[in-house]
Design a protein around this ligand. Structure first.
Ligand code: UDP
Length: 245
């Protein structure tokens, strides 16, 4: 897919890092990075790296949160203090809580905890290095970690943040692109998509975009997610090995 322009010229004619408009950043994926965990994985896209660890299902404390009908999933997301140039303040943040919640919702569609009443699955996502797209990298790592832990899932999930620089649509936005200011500026659209039924389980939008442009972003992201899914599946077949794409 080439440059998408609805009308008029876009000021963003070449990507800063030389990628094609529909090209993902270089990917590294690895399953089984924390041997003591029930499931763990790393997903790296360019300079953004996410790690995910799964513990459980195990009995839930505090007890008043228990659900006697099915298990629950608890997702936490955190950027490490050294993940960006300015030190990230440790502890809870509104952004971290929002990303934990939307990541949990992204998995609700596929994770089935009916067989684990009164139990919890803890999914911990940490970002050692951030260059935009950390929530989608976290979801990609989490999907592998949940699969390795044997948590029942009807399908896999892959995620990417595509966007619009002025009027140009691009896949897998990095931080330099996210800060683009010319023309219509930058719009960022993180999406998570299920592997078989192609359901969208996360869609957020930061910026301004027309409906046809959003449709194009979704179809570019679906193709990108198929590539990501192939890498996730390969990493799951070869735990301990870095799979590159
Ligand atoms: N970022 C930062 N400090 C912060 C939060 C974010 O430097 O406290 C950077 C980081 O590179 C992150 C990017 O801004 O990846 C974009 O953040 P956003 O909230 O849009 O989420 P993300 O794209 O990482 O899912």
């Amino acid at each position: 897919m080439g440059t998408k322009k609805l009308s008029g010229e876009s000021s963003y004619t070449k990507r800063y890092d030389g990628r094609k408009f529909d090209e993902l950043r270089p990917i590294i994926a690895k399953v089984g990075i924390v041997p003591s965990a029930d499931g763990s994985a790393m997903y790296q896209s360019g300079k953004t790296r996410a790690i995910a660890v799964v513990r459980g299902p195990r009995l839930l404390h505090p007890k008043h949160l228990e659900n006697p009908r099915k298990g629950i999933m608890r997702v936490t997301y955190q950027m490490m203090a050294f993940s960006v140039w300015d030190r990230i303040k440790p502890g809870k943040s509104r952004r971290g809580q929002e990303i934990g919640k939307v990541s949990e919702w992204a998995f609700n569609e596929v994770v089935d905890l009916d067989a684990f009443p009164n139990s919890v699955v803890d999914l911990i996502i940490q970002i050692p290095q951030a260059d935009a797209g950390t929530r989608v990298a976290g979801i990609n790592a989490a999907a592998m970690a949940l699969a390795q832990a044997g948590i029942p899932m009807s399908e896999m999930i892959s995620a990417v943040a595509s966007g619009k620089m002025d009027r140009t649509l691009v896949v897998d936005v990095d931080k330099e692109e996210e800060d683009y200011e010319d023309g219509e500026g930058a719009t960022d659209v993180p999406l998570a998509i299920t592997s078989r039924s192609k359901k969208i389980t996360l869609l957020q939008l930061d910026g301004k975009i027309s409906v046809p442009e959003l449709r194009d972003i979704i179809s570019m992201s679906k193709k990108a997610c198929e590539k990501i899914n192939a890498i996730q599946m390969k990493a799951l077949k070869e735990p301990g090995k870095e799979i590159k794409g």
